[in-house]
Design a binder for this molecule. Structure first.
Ligand code: LLP
Length: 422
């Protein structure tokens, strides 16, 4: 790791936005593995977008993508910042409402919304459905008719643009399942316009995640703005454009645009459009606001076997993604070597980091950085491992915002089939 990187990550770990994070104390009190988030870091990351947008006169809405981190305390911090929310399931809607969010500031995305999901979202008074197919809008119209609650919609279009990200998190190519192709979008709007309980409000796209250059955003915007002109000629006028999330971050040595650079670039194209601008950042708000704390159990050859696993943080196993891993209390009494940091799960893909130059001894506490987004929210009980505790730091105070699952939690709702009558 070069010196700049080291400083960057030490800063993130040791003084998350001015907070001295007492990681060792937290580990002592709540055990490991655990996720630790900084309230101030979440607010700072959100404000980076809102301040950038406030420099423009056009109305805007920031819909935090709940899937990145859906802990209620995390969501509630964003409710207090007047965030909107991008959800993809009924579960996420329930979380937003429980955290104090207003349904009217929620946007429902996703390719496979079920009847119960559409029904509950309509009843809750959701702000907008980002519809992804003609079948979906027909289904939504039927439900809206039965409930006599009109539905606001935006069509999610697929602009067929490469995000230059990992193929599993690229969504804007025509071979991806997401959105409606631009060449079918006019037909969609003309049909939707005829539906009794559908109000056309806008257009949406989301081309992928961890995008580290602005070109894909600009390419998608150009295509979609051109299409909006076509719509206008057909007499369909939109109120908003939702440009999705996807802004990438520095995990290792990426040089992604800052939120200001991102907003300035997209606003060049949008500021005179008379459209309300919606964005849906997830990672860029949550990732650097959290770390995963883990303890080194054993050193075996060049394997550092820690107590966190792919069930706690799936990203390295699934996308071979990089997370910086650093000792909480660096020392020189251990073994200096090149380690693979692995967990106890019985899969060769169970690693948190590969080929890391570290000086380690058994019992060390390690912090896996930039783990606030798609960390806990993608965790599982694989290998019957209880999910980790989550802790929120607020001005040097730490609060348990989700306790570690207990062993009983793992199977409490299961039943032996021959005792079903119990
Ligand atoms: N809007 C929509 C419709 C999305 O599908 C997503 C993410 C976002 C917004 C937020 O994107 P972000 O700003 O976080 O890039 N599990 C993967 C990331 C999957 C992202 C899925 N969609 C990972 O760990 O990298």
């Amino acid at each position: 790791m070069n010196r700049n990187n080291m400083q960057h990550f030490q800063y993130q770990l040791g003084e998350l936005y001015g907070e001295k994070v007492p990681l060792a104390k937290i580990a002592e009190q709540y055990g490991t593995p655990c996720y630790i988030y900084s309230k101030q870091a979440i607010i700072e990351a959100f404000k980076a977008f809102s301040l950038a947008l406030q420099r423009y006169t056009c109305p805007h809405q920031i819909n935090y993508a709940v899937k990145a981190n859906s802990n209620l305390a995390f969501l509630n911090i964003l409710v207090q910042q007047s965030a909107g929310f991008d959800i993809v399931s009924q579960g996420e809607l329930e979380r937003v409402l429980k955290a104090g969010g207003k349904a009217s500031k929620v946007v429902f995305s996703g390719v496979g919304k079920s009847v119960p999901e559409l029904t509950s979202a309509l009843k809750a008074g959701i702000g907008c459905f980002n519809v992804e197919s003609l079948s979906e809008v027909l289904r939504l119209n039927e439900i809206a008719k039965q409930l006599n609650i009109p539905a606001n919609i935006a069509l999610r279009v697929n602009p067929d643009v490469a995000a230059d990200s990992h193929p599993y998190i690229s969504t804007g190519l025509k071979e991806n399942k997401f959105g409606v192709h631009l060449n079918q979008a006019l037909e969609f709007y003309l049909t939707a316009q005829q539906l009794s309980h559908i109000n056309i409000r806008g257009i949406a796209f989301h081309i992928g995640s961890q995008i580290t250059t602005l070109d894909p955003f600009v390419a998608a915007l150009n295509k979609v703005l051109k299409f909006i002109e076509v719509l206008k000629k057909s007499g369909i006028h939109l109120e908003h454009i939702n440009i999705g999330g996807g802004l990438g971050l520095r995990y290792l040595d990426e040089k992604p645009p800052t939120p200001v650079e991102y907003i300035d670039t997209v606003m060049q194209y949008l500021k005179d459009s008379e459209l309300e601008v919606h964005i849906e950042p997830g990672r860029a708000i949550a990732a650097h606001a959290g770390v995963l704390l883990t303890r080194l159990e054993y050193i075996k050859d060049n394997f550092a076997i820690v107590d966190a696993s792919m069930n706690d943080l799936l990203r390295p196993a699934l996308y071979e993604s990089y997370h910086e891993i650093i000792p909480v209390q660096p020392h020189s009494q251990g073994l200096q070597a090149i380690y693979d940091i692995v967990g106890p799960v019985c899969e060769t893909s169970d690693f948190l980091g590969k080929a890391r130059h570290l000086c380690l001894k058994e019992g060390d506490l390690l912090a896996v950085l930039s783990a606030g987004a798609y960390g806990f929210s993608m965790s599982s009980n694989y290998n019957s491992r209880p999910r980790a505790a989550e802790i929120m730091i607020d001005h040097n105070q730490f609060h348990l915002v989700r306790p570690r699952e207990s062993l009983i939690d793992l199977f409490d709702s299961e039943k032996l089939f021959n005792r079903l009558t119990d």
